[in-house]
Design a protein around this ligand. Structure first.
Ligand SMILES: *[C@@H]1O[C@H](CO)[C@@H](O)[C@H](O)[C@H]1NC(C)=O
Ligand SMILES: *[C@@H]1O[C@H](CO)[C@@H](O)[C@H](O)[C@H]1NC(C)=O
Ligand SMILES: *[C@@H]1O[C@H](CO)[C@@H](O)[C@H](O)[C@H]1NC(C)=O
Ligand SMILES: *[C@@H]1O[C@H](CO)[C@@H](O)[C@H](O)[C@H]1NC(C)=O
Ligand SMILES: *[C@@H]1O[C@H](CO)[C@@H](O)[C@H](O)[C@H]1NC(C)=O
Ligand SMILES: *[C@@H]1O[C@H](CO)[C@@H](O)[C@H](O)[C@H]1NC(C)=O
Length: 309
């Protein structure tokens, strides 16, 4: 091959690898903006919605002029929209240092890909609050032809944080009287900076919300399990799983327990006179509703067990 042919091949390969790298740098919903001097950034176009207590990922990739060596990725929260942030502003994140970063964001922001050579400037912001809504702008710091330099991209990511609407997921296996069972509650949102606090509340007929008596395993990250021994008394009662994120953001889910019991006749009676069915028919007017029902429960069970033998 002649020298010239080799050169052409070389240029061709360079072109291919360039288009490949710009392909891999894109993502669904991303739009690339470039300046004349080859500084490009790809950000999600349009509104990025997120919910309080959870997190948001700002997808981002960039390229710089060939002689620019990137040493840090810096993010600003930049309001009002017509303003362009610059290096004199206080960033919300700086990959190089935690100093001189907005205290409100310190520890809540991190890069998805810490290796800057991937040109991936995506960040995750955790423990969101409504005040995090706004426009976010990227700056890269480094050297240009050996001299310290930086570049602030003009495109902005538009984030809107609304109140938490997602609910926890409560998994209830079939419940049989006397058979120990484990229920699971999973907090919504796969990403959250700090682990949420998960509690279980049990509400029987005519009773105030009370913490459930059972074996609650220590919450592991996003889930909590509750192991307890279902009894006929639990039938028709409501169990609530409450998830508390940072900034007192709360979401909960309630399930009505359906306990099947071993003794058919007893169960029929129980279902007929269960707290929940009695709640509905006003013919029963107990002063102390739940304790009367519990007593009735126990009598019925004893009678049934005696009759059985
Ligand atoms: C950036 O890196 C993260 C984590 O490796 C990855 O999930 C994401 O897709 C990357 N984004 C781009 C635009 O390459
Ligand atoms: C950001 O999104 C909000 C909500 O959709 C919209 O009202 C606002 O105009 C957007 N701002 C910019 C600069 O696009
Ligand atoms: C359980 O929840 C259902 C639906 O929210 C409600 O109709 C019912 O009255 C509740 N039962 C008790 C015992 O609180
Ligand atoms: C809770 O579970 C642990 C481990 O399985 C067990 O040792 C303990 O006795 C249980 N406590 C109750 C009240 O069931
Ligand atoms: C409880 O389970 C029985 C049998 O599976 C079903 O017929 C009944 O509707 C269920 N009750 C409630 C409150 O879910
Ligand atoms: C209802 O019964 C419970 C349990 O027996 C008892 O602790 C409580 O004092 C009673 N309440 C009233 C208002 O009688």
């Amino acid at each position: 091959m002649s020298h010239q042919n080799l050169n052409i091949l070389f240029i061709f390969l360079k072109l291919v690898s360039f288009s490949l790298s710009s392909l891999t740098a894109s993502f669904p919903g991303g739009k690339q903006h470039c300046t004349q001097n080859n500084y490009c950034v790809t950000l999600t176009e349009g509104e990025i919605s997120a919910e309080t207590g959870l997190c948001v990922v700002l997808q981002c990739s960039f390229t710089t002029a060939a002689d620019f060596k990137v040493e840090s990725v810096i993010w600003f929260k930049c309001d009002p929209p017509e303003r362009k942030c610059d290096k004199s502003d206080t960033p919300i994140f700086n990959s190089r240092t935690n100093e001189n970063v907005e205290p409100d964001f310190r520890g809540r922001v991190s890069l998805l890909e810490p290796d800057l050579s991937h040109n991936n400037c995506s960040i995750i912001i955790n423990d969101l609050k409504t005040s995090d809504s706004g426009l976010y702008q990227l700056r890269v710091g480094g050297t240009y032809k050996g001299k310290e330099d930086g570049f602030t991209f003009e495109s902005k990511a538009n984030v809107t944080v609304t109140g938490l609407s997602q609910k926890p997921t409560v998994m209830v296996p079939p419940l049989t009287e006397g058979q120990q069972t484990t229920l699971t509650c999973t907090a919504p949102g796969l990403c959250s900076g700090s682990d949420p606090k998960i509690t279980w509340m049990w509400r029987g007929a005519g009773e105030k919300n009370s913490p459930i008596t059972g074996n609650i395993t220590t919450n592991q990250g996003q889930t909590s399990t509750l192991t307890f021994n279902p009894s006929a008394e639990h039938h028709g009662t409501n169990l609530t799983c409450k998830v508390r994120f940072k900034w007192a953001v709360i979401t909960k889910e309630t399930v009505t327990l359906n306990v099947t019991c071993e003794y058919r006749t007893y169960c029929t009676l129980l279902t007929k006179y269960s707290p929940s069915s009695m709640m509905m028919s006003s013919s029963f007017k107990f002063q102390n509703f739940s304790s009367e029902v519990k007593l009735l429960d126990r009598i019925l069970k004893t009678v049934y067990l005696v009759l059985k033998f």
